[in-house]
Design a protein around this ligand. Structure first.
Ligand SMILES: Nc1ncnc2c1ncn2[C@@H]1O[C@H](COP(=O)(O)OP(=O)(O)OP(=O)(O)O)[C@@H](O)[C@H]1O
Ligand SMILES: [Mg+2]
Length: 291
């Protein structure tokens, strides 16, 4: 069991602070890192992987600065980058062998491990096909397989579900949920449903800061009433969408039922509803500052 600590890490680019001072401690389990485009997810993950050096602060693994650990940290780490590249002319099998060689894995171990992983990601039968002929979902699964080659104690997946269809998303979730039992899995996305079933902890990131951390229940309990439904005439819809975060609009004859995410009761006859993780995420990331 490993312990990964971010101690006051911050990343400044010449014209932008991408990650503001952040402290975080991760132990075995699945962590869903949720945030809008540009929130700082990739920058945070690249610092965890040692690809980017923090402007300030330290990433520590089992109490040692990862910069001092060098190769021993890389052996612990599996990473699927957001812009994962592959060679179209390679078969899946050849690609995984190539990645295993880059990771300096012993040949005999690699041969067995690759078959195990192809089985896990459901691509055993397709291992000889060129990657060029793979669908987006199949490529993502190969991306996970390469990140798992060294059986990492720390697995970092940057938007692994981007561009997948619903069936592929479910398959992906099932693969990932089996991995969190004995390792740290940190997975970024801006799609709430990708993480709300499988993540043990949700991290919500906004403007370079992790603004909340907790379970779905814990996050809901930390907020007052934030979800309401009300019925309004159809021609009022624009007024409400201008003023509030409207997370759903359902047409019912000449009226519409609105689901509104707001810290204040939007109309006197609105009824309070239980907040889902999506509501919480919308509330924390989209609400206007005056609320
Ligand atoms: N190498 C860089 N040089 C300058 N600015 C950068 C660099 N990398 C990232 N940024 C900026 O830092 C901010 C955070 O970017 P980052 O890629 O970490 O966000 P993200 O949450 O991963 O977004 P997305 O969901 O689009 O992948 C953005 O404003 C981005 O433009
Ligand atoms: Mg990113």
């Amino acid at each position: 069991m490993h312990r990964l600590e971010l101690i006051g890490i911050k990343k400044c680019f010449p014209d932008k602070t991408a990650v503001h001072t952040t402290d975080l401690c991760l132990e075995n389990g699945i962590y869903g890192l949720l945030g809008e485009n540009g929130a700082g997810k990739t920058t945070l993950m690249r610092m965890i992987c040692g690809i980017l050096t923090p402007t300030e602060g330290q990433v520590r693994c089992d109490r040692i600065d990862i910069r001092q650990m060098g190769a021993s940290y890389r052996r612990l780490l599996g990473y699927l980058p957001q812009d994962f590249g592959y060679y179209g002319d390679f078969s899946a099998l050849r690609f995984l062998n190539y990645m295993a060689a880059l990771k300096a894995l012993p040949q005999k171990y690699a041969t067995e491990r690759i078959q195990e992983l192809l089985e896990l990601v459901g691509l055993k039968a397709e291992q000889k096909r060129h990657l060029r002929t793979y669908s987006g979902g199949m490529l993502r699964r190969i991306g996970i397989a390469q990140a798992l080659l060294n059986d990492p104690g720390i697995l970092i997946l940057d938007e692994p579900t981007a561009g997948l269809d619903p069936g592929e998303r479910v398959r992906f979730r099932n693969i990932i949920s089996s991995l969190g039992r004995d390792r740290i899995v940190l997975l970024s996305t801006h799609i709430v449903s990708d993480v709300n079933y499988i993540a043990d902890q949700i991290l919500i990131m906004k403007d370079g800061k992790i603004i909340r951390k907790g379970t779905e229940r814990g996050l809901a309990a930390s907020l007052d009433q934030i979800v309401w439904t009300c019925r309004v005439p159809e021609n009022f819809v624009d007024k409400f969408t201008d003023r509030f975060i409207v997370s759903n609009i359902k047409y019912c004859g000449s009226e519409v039922e609105l689901r509104i995410v707001s810290g204040k009761q939007p109309t006197l006859d609105s009824t309070a509803q239980e907040a889902s993780l999506e509501d919480i995420y919308l509330y924390l990331t989209q609400r206007r500052t005056e609320e």
